[in-house]
Design a protein around this ligand. Structure first.
Ligand SMILES: *Cc1c(COP(=O)(O)O)cnc(C)c1O
Length: 495
């Protein structure tokens, strides 16, 4: 299977190259040259499989040059061995006869980023080996919270890799900061950067584009790479859990063979919901893709009007992992919707970079409307939904998941669509204790890690192990640097 750039279909490479490179040299996103179709028997076959076996079944058709036996080892290392606190890895929980919740936060960092970042290091190191790369890769990450910790945990003690994470000093929650500064592993580094997420992100981009730095690091036997969500190695593992959720629903008798389901996904960079689209195109019976945004509702407007416009106010919300105005993975969707018209994608992306906006043609709009519905949810509606879910279903959800439930409610009220729907739950509520306690009407929040026990005692829901263990962990990284000091930080880390 070859991969091509969304901006130039003639630019082709194999799977190991696509995963090692992350981004095409022309700035496009690397995408499978053909989307494999599952055989008609696929769901029946996968139904009887473990999650790890489903991973191999789905990923195999995308990864020429990787043996199934190889993928089996990766799947077991990524999702087995007690790394997830749910045996079925991505369990589906029934809320009522037509509403189900796919919990993607049972991994080591309690957010759905683990689903991809537990797998990516295996795919990446194998790709480097297949490409005969002799240097050691250093992953650089700028994080607004969830990605940094999940990447650290994924790459921890992985041979021939190092990872350095920069987070904005005042831009992450106490729990998120503690998760990062207590990170274990011999190949990891973490540094706070004075400023906000943009400062950290801009700093990392500068490091990637410095030829001088690349030259110095090459002499030392290193090269820099990224683990961000446009890498195909992050999208691919996410297709699996949609297929898996469908199989679980069928197995439990919740749906009948061939019955369609909807999915409702809290969306930021468009990676998660794009994976749902691919699962549908491969043949999993998914009907509507419901795209849920917070107050940063650039995608809601795009799906409803066909105009993408990032020229708008940026809001810091209580679902920070969706505070995004440029949804990078949307480019892959445009590529598909335009009939894989690379020239058209190139034009839209040029307009986005020049004017911050573009409007798709009516053919794309028609297809977009046929596939997607979209809605948004502000912070007060988020709080209401968390409170209602707890009161009515005794189900504790985080703010990102609440956004999705709110949008699903509105969608159902508008359309009357009674299709069984899987709502994707992307973080443990314990990652966002303060917002959740507020939603439950609890005032006087405890400081630091004590807030975990406060939420647990109030609800009777146990604190997930990886967060409970934070209490006894040593801080390994402290201090904070100015953005101008990031280059020295890298040079010091890779001495
Ligand atoms: C990253 C993240 C999202 C958004 O996922 P995308 O793939 O960027 O759409 C939603 N919720 C949580 C908790 C996340 O960490």
């Amino acid at each position: 299977m070859n991969y091509l750039s969304t901006r130039n279909r003639d630019l082709r490479m194999n799977a190991p190259q696509a995963i090692a490179q992350g981004l095409a040299p022309d700035g496009g996103l690397l995408t499978p040259a053909v989307l494999p179709r599952l055989p008609a028997s696929a769901v029946e076959t996968m139904k009887e499989m473990s999650y790890q076996q489903r991973v191999v079944y789905i990923m195999n058709s995308f990864l020429e040059g990787f043996a199934a036996s190889e993928l089996t080892v990766y799947a077991n290392e990524a999702y087995g061995g007690g790394k997830f606190d749910a045996e079925d890895v991505a369990p589906v929980r029934k809320l009522d006869d037509r509403t189900y919740c796919l919990e993607l936060w049972h991994g080591p960092t309690c957010a759905f980023k683990d689903m991809a970042l537990q797998m990516l290091p295996h795919l990446l190191t194998a790709s480097l080996e297949k490409n005969d790369e002799k240097k050691t890769v250093c992953i650089l990450v700028a994080t607004s919270g969830d990605t940094g910790k999940a990447a650290l945990e994924g790459f921890r003690n992985v041979d021939k890799t190092k990872i350095l994470v920069f987070y904005p000093k005042d831009g992450v929650s106490d729990i998120q900061e503690l998760q990062m500064v207590t990170q274990e592993g011999g190949n990891v580094g973490v540094s706070a950067v004075a400023g906000n997420f943009d400062d950290a992100q801009t700093g990392v981009k500068r490091l990637f584009s410095s030829r001088e730095l690349a030259g110095t690091l090459a002499e030392r036997g290193y090269f820099l790479s990224s683990a961000n969500s446009i890498n195909w190695g992050r999208v691919l593992p996410q297709i699996v859990y949609y297929a898996s959720a469908y199989c679980d629903l069928l197995k439990s008798g919740a749906i009948t063979k061939g019955e369609q389901i909807n999915v409702c996904v809290p969306t930021g960079n468009f990676g998660n919901i794009l994976a749902a689209y691919y699962a549908k195109e491969m043949g999993i019976p998914i009907n509507r893709l419901i795209c849920a945004s917070n107050q940063n509702n650039v995608l809601t407007d795009f799906i409803n009007t066909g105009a993408y416009d990032r020229n708008r106010t940026f809001y810091n919300t209580m679902s920070p992992s969706m505070d995004i105005l440029i949804s990078s993975n949307l480019e892959r969707m445009l590529f598909e919707l335009s009939g894989r018209n690379d020239k058209q994608v190139r034009e839209y992306m040029a307009q986005l970079s020049e004017y911050g906006s573009y409007r798709v043609d009516s053919a794309i709009r028609t297809k977009l409307k046929r596939l997607f519905s979209a809605g948004c949810c502000d912070d007060s509606q988020t709080l209401l939904m968390i409170g209602r879910m707890w009161k009515e279903k005794e189900y504790l959800i985080d703010p990102h998941t609440a956004v999705a439930f709110h949008v699903l409610d509105e969608y159902r009220a508008e359309t009357g669509d009674g299709t069984p729907t899987v709502v994707v739950s992307t973080a443990s509520p314990f990652k966002f204790c303060s917002s959740v306690l507020t939603a439950l009407g609890v005032k006087g929040h405890k400081p630091g890690v004590e807030i975990l026990d406060q939420l647990s005692q109030y609800t009777g829901v146990p604190v997930p192990m990886p967060l409970a263990r934070l209490k006894n962990k040593q801080r390994r990284f402290s201090g904070s640097i100015e953005p101008a000091g990031m280059m020295d930080c890298v040079l010091d880390f890779l001495k």
